[in-house]
Design a protein around this ligand. Structure first.
Ligand code: CA
Length: 221
């Protein structure tokens, strides 16, 4: 079980990391929205512990982007914002649980275990669309039954489209999800990734994969 901890406070981050490791979890600790999005597009995590007040953005907005992009990892928000309205907002944007700070580590562990138990009963891991099959756990892609080699970033971009097959996916949604930013340099990078995906997948599929909506985004056909 590997846990992504998103927490900018040094002492709390260290405390969470060492406590979870003592309980045999693998832990990746990051301190910003950008680093969290990087981590999530490169690896699959069993669960995410998410702080809300982060130096480069708001955890709620980050979670909302992840959910819109189709990332389904269980998320436990760990925040000093502790009003009922804060909790409702967190759950509404897609958190699975909400634990206010200060918290008891034992309670955090119990809640994480409960999330992980629920998650292990969810078995739908292969996304399929018009002959493309993306295994979200093993991180593999097949087109018409043939394996296709993708880098982890290419696969993360494709995964967003697979979750939104047939829908228009905006450039900003992809950039914000994969690079946690929507600045121009990343938009250019997106074109590079789409072009690589076209090259790798259309060759096997034998027909166009993406429709380009100039200035707006792309649609997986
Ligand atoms: Ca914080």
């Amino acid at each position: 079980m590997n846990i992504l901890v998103v927490e900018d406070q040094q002492r709390l981050g260290q405390f969470l990391t060492s406590g979870l490791k003592e309980h045999a979890y693998e832990v990746r600790w990051v301190r910003s929205c950008a680093a969290a999005s990087d981590a999530l597009s490169e690896h699959r995590y069993s669960a995410i512990v998410l702080d809300l007040g982060l130096p480069d953005g708001d955890g709620l907005e980050l979670l909302s982007q992840w959910r819109r992009a189709g990332f389904q990892e269980p998320v436990l928000i760990l925040s000093a914002r502790d009003t009922v309205q804060d909790r409702i907002s967190g759950l509404n944007v897609g958190a699975d649980d909400y634990l206010p700070k200060p918290f008891s580590f034992e309670e955090l562990l119990a809640r994480l275990r409960s999330l992980l138990r629920r998650q292990s009963t969810v078995k739908s891991v292969v996304l399929e669309h018009h002959g493309i099959a993306l295994d979200t756990v093993n991180r593999t892609v097949h087109v018409g039954g043939q394996p296709v080699e993708l880098t982890s970033r290419e696969l993360a971009v494709l995964e967003i489209f697979m979750h939104n097959a047939g829908r228009i996916v905006t450039r900003s949604l992809i950039c914000e999800t994969i690079w946690s930013s929507s600045v121009d340099s990343d938009a250019n990078l997106l074109d590079v990734y789409i072009s690589r995906l076209r090259g790798k997948l259309e060759a096997v599929r034998g027909q166009p994969l993406f429709k380009t909506l100039r200035g707006v985004g792309y649609q997986l056909l």
